[in-house]
Design a protein around this ligand. Sequence first.
Ligand code: 13P
Length: 287
Amino acid sequence: MLVSAKEMLTKAKAGHYAVGQFNINNLEWTKAVLLTAEELKSPVILGVSEGAGKYMTGYKTVVGMVNGMMEELGITVPVALHLDHGSFDGCKKCIEAGFSSIMFDGSHYPIEENVAKTKELVAICAEKGMSLEAEVGSIGGEEDGVVGMGECADPQECKAIADLGVTMLAAGIGNIHGKYPDNWAGLSFETLDAIQQLTGDMPLVLHGGTGIPADMIQKAISLGVAKINVNTECQLSFAEATRKYIEAGKDLQGKGFDPRKLLAPGYEAIKATVKEKMELFGSVGKA
Ligand code: 13P
């Protein structure tokens, strides 16, 4: 059964490790993340962007696939199904469809509007036992065609949003989605420290987990990050493994055109990436 992310993140923050959110795009992705979490006895969050939700034909399909897969694969570790960077409407749809967690990305609204909309969702999520992530300070890079500037969040605004009763808070600290440019200035630990001092026990969320050096990840965890999102890195490893398979050519002459064979190397590559991240985040054995 899907669970809210609240308990797993409270434990992670107290235990000084982070739970990975791995974004899913299709059946292979979902199966790879779920089975790796189960093998490593790690809690896990399945992230679904609005674009990926649409690609998989809608949120109800995603909920059906994940619930069915958890039952038939015998998954026992805590799993949250989470809307990633949701619009206000998207959040409502996911609540309706049976997600156990949502992120409302109101970072592009003026703070007053972000507060008002977040408040409404806090009330609904509390009633339904769902977890809610809010965002302050936009996270740079591109996600589903939307390019953010990668600003650092204002710690006072973070506190204002945290005090509304959200479960976890994503704050921009110089992190960006996708690959980091060569001239990237790195994470602003000063900002993170100031946010953590004002928000106390609130689990903080680090977006743009792809390509952040291990020492920065560990430092972020030590300063209150309890959830780390990874998307691009799984996509890159999937694409690279698939490319190699196709370039090997001969496979396509035999039974290699069978999609179950064609997608197998990519599936294994996602598993390896998820394992590596769970080990780095320290969530192995914490289920
Ligand atoms: P990356 O694609 O950089 O791993 O970021 C994922 C993310 O933050 C999803 O919200």
